[in-house]
Design a protein around this ligand. Structure first.
Ligand code: ATP
Ligand code: MG
Length: 399
């Protein structure tokens, strides 16, 4: 049996929590992603704990707890400034419609709990002494760098079709390949993805799209036809097949969506619907629309100073990132230099406002707004000094 001698601090810090469960006569293990990432020497963001104790028993043992998902057996324990999700050993049963199980059954042994997990590399556990529990050859698969379903992949995807998206997501994040039978089962069952809520598909899709092996994973996403069962991608595999040959992987969510939209050649007026179909937030949608618009502008001509001002720093940098990933030539240095030397970056940096115009005798109304825009444009373009006296003079000249 494999034993880890020296554990990283994130585990040693959690150890008293597991020891407390053990002293009370229960079993307790580190499980899932943290054990996998420890063995891969990847950054570990949190540790999950599995125990034979029932939620109520966990709550009795610790002073500060939160009922995170009591029905599913999860209690959050707050312990020396950290929070830990402690989940009772369980199996899941009564999967309805290929989605989440409608009820869970608590079980008394770790083995049953590990069996319900999706992939062999996610079904590893570690005891308080650092011993690795490996019931499904997960260690072997970590070595081979493959994603393999625990048990029969077909059955497992029928239980929960989201696992097919998780497979390509982990491929991308971990730089793994998909084990042959597991991949065949994805190909054979991709339609089941239609039963899964778009939000959950989107979360996995974005994680896939932003992983270091996103291009390899995207190729499998297309090959297995998972892409046919997500919003707005059906019948578009020719256009989407450019993604795997991109120069770089996107690292920003907004870049990912903008790239997809550009590859799909979506006209401007269809971007909003596309983003809503994927249940993206209004803020993400707004940014992506602006990035694609800026991308089109940069592909066509050099923007004016006033256009750069209206685009703004964040969207400009994000668009340059997108162009870079798509291999579209843009003179990013020149654009950034020009942006940096704009006299003002925000409308609020203008020394005057509407009230000032009224004081100067401009009557309130649409004309005032137009005048203000004109002043802004002149100031941004270095044709008018951003000072009260210069602007006053300019207004007088207009009358
Ligand atoms: P991450 O680093 O993204 O958090 P993770 O492996 O911890 O990766 P989670 O989605 O947080 O992934 O899930 C925690 C664990 O729960 C997984 O490692 C796996 O054992 C199990 N799990 C999660 N989702 C499923 C699922 N749909 N089917 C079966 N097991 C699952
Ligand atoms: Mg996790």
């Amino acid at each position: 049996m494999m034993k880890i001698e020296k554990l990283p601090e994130i585990f040693t810090k959690a150890m008293p929590v597991l020891e407390k469960l053990e002293s009370a006569g229960f079993e307790a293990y580190f499980v899932g992603g943290s054990v996998r990432d420890l063995l891969l020497d990847r950054h570990i963001h949190d540790v999950d704990i599995a125990t034979s104790a029932y939620p109520e028993e966990v709550k009795e043992l610790f002073e500060k707890t939160i009922d995170t998902g009591i029905k599913h057996g999860t209690v959050t324990v707050l312990y020396s400034g950290e929070s830990y999700e402690i989940t009772t050993f369980r199996t899941e049963s009564g999967y309805q419609d290929y989605r989440r199980p409608d009820h869970v059954t608590f079980v008394q042994n770790l083995e049953e709990d590990l069996k319900r997990r999706d992939f062999t590399i996610n079904a590893l556990a570690m005891s308080t002494s650092g011993e690795i529990v490996d019931l499904f050859n997960g260690l072997d698969d970590l070595q081979k760098r493959v994603i393999r379903a625990v048990g029969n992949p077909e059955t497992r995807f029928h239980e929960d079709a989201l696992r097919m998206m998780r497979a390509v997501r982990f491929m991308s994040q971990l730089e793994f390949s998909l084990e042959e039978k597991t991949q065949q089962a994805v190909s054979d069952n991709h339609e089941l993805l239609q039963k899964i809520s778009v939000e959950r598909i989107r979360d996995e899709f974005v994680k896939m799209g932003l992983g270091p092996h996103s291009r390899q994973a995207f190729q499998i996403f297309l090959d297995t036809k998972l892409s046919e069962d997500v919003p707005d991608f059906a019948g578009q595999s020719d256009l989407l097949s450019i993604f795997p040959s991109l120069k770089f992987s996107p690292t920003l969510e907004t870049s990912l969506w903008a790239i997809i939209i550009i590859l799909l050649k979506l006209p401007n007026e269809k971007i909003g619907k596309f983003m809503r179909d994927w249940k993206n937030s209004n803020a993400t949608t707004d940014s992506v629309e602006r990035i694609v618009e800026c991308f089109d502008l940069l592909a066509e001509r050099t923007p004016s100073d006033y256009e750069l001002f209206k685009i703004g720093q964040e969207i400009l940098l994000n668009t340059i990132d997108v162009a870079h990933i798509l291999g579209q030539p843009v003179d990013s240095k020149a654009l950034v230099d020009r942006y940096t030397s704009l006299p003002i970056k925000k409308a609020s940096e203008l020394v005057i406002d509407g009230r000032f115009l009224i004081q100067q005798g401009v009557r309130p109304g649409p004309k005032l707004g137009m005048m203000l825009d004109k002043i802004k444009e002149k100031v941004v373009s270095n044709e008018l000094e951003n000072s009260e006296s210069a602007i006053k003079k300019f207004i007088q000249e207009q009358n």
